[in-house]
Design a protein around this ligand. Sequence first.
Ligand code: XUL
Ligand code: CO
Length: 436
Amino acid sequence: MSAFPDVPSIKFEGPESRNPLAFRHYNPEEVVAGKTMRDHLRFSVVYWHTFRGTGGDPFGAATLQRPWDDGSASVENAVKRVGVAFEFMEKLGAPYYAFHDRDVAPEGATLAESHKNLDAVVKELKAQQARTGIKLLWGTANLFSNPRYLHGAATSCNADAFAYAAAQVKKALEVTLELGGEGYTFWGGREGYQCLWNTDLKREQANLARFLHMAVEYAKQIGFKGQFYIEPKPKEPTKHQYDSDAAACLNFLREHGLMGKLKLNLETNHATLAGHSMQHEIEVAGAAGALGSIDANTGDLLLGWDTDQFPTDIYLTTQCMHSVLKYDGFTTGGVNFDAKVRRESIEPVDLFYAHIGGMDAFARGLKIAAAMLADGRVAGMVRDRYASWDSGVGAEIEAGKHSFESLSKYMLAKGEAAPNSSGRQELFENVINQYL
Ligand code: XUL
Ligand code: CO
């Protein structure tokens, strides 16, 4: 039985189409900058928002109509939901999905029972992946919802919470391997603090690093070759999360000997909560060779929390894809829609409208960014801005031929620095607008 009987497979119909259930820009087969759009964008649907979201918020109950879901925490309901998820992803034409262990299968009364529940659902996930060819972008474990993690998981003051989390991630890694997952993500939901007076920050961070080393070790042991990611977010649910932003994560990885073992999975709304733009976060990760994947969504600048809305702003998607392409595109990562429909968007068809809009926005961003890079005008303007480093004293400094002493001698002889040229920010912004 179909969960979406009135929705056909979503097709590319071109920019003039008025069909709300069609793509205007995402044409999976179209080649842009040497690769198909499908291979560039590697779109992924998240299980947690799309198939487990209810529309409930701190002020009100569930609102979303999900007639296939009986609302129970039974394995039977969970298995039935897998069929719905794959019908949705197949009709949408999404090549990937992502999940937490507890999104797909209910938590049992014991850890052993939770493992058993997960195994039952994974069997169905595997069958549906084989039927449709849809693949797992990354798996993860939910280490934040259960009350045992109220003080955190790897950073908990309760050593047993750490041990439980280790057992949960061990299982999640096995399941991700079983499903051929291309990555595994750590988002430290409660790995931070609410109050520094009761917190041993140094010990908590050392334990978090220990936990990640154990994961890397175990992956090696079982032959999981997928890419590990760490997903920065500065706060919510904690007041301060240790993985605050890309720079903090990179510093943490370097300090604890984990650089090269994990890359970053960056999320737009997390970037803005940290007081950054997504473009900034991608550039910081890309410059460090640690750009892994992106959780595509957007926040609302008038609200101060993680609203996880679907991205529709072409300027934003252009910035994202420009930086992604600049750092050679995705390998294991992709554009993962960690986004949810609004509480008022209650019908199942709204899930299609939301994803179609996000995919089209990213397809446009990709095309615009590819055009900018192909034409090289902006890159040329940036290069010109740094021309003083290409010859003379600039080239000598970059070649390691100078010291404070030699530079002091150089400047004493010269008397004054060469005049500055204009930064031309307004011109840059005007030029970008020509490609939109
Ligand atoms: C929470 C968030 C998570 C991670 C996976 O803000 O983004 O859903 O993506 O745990
Ligand atoms: Co996310």
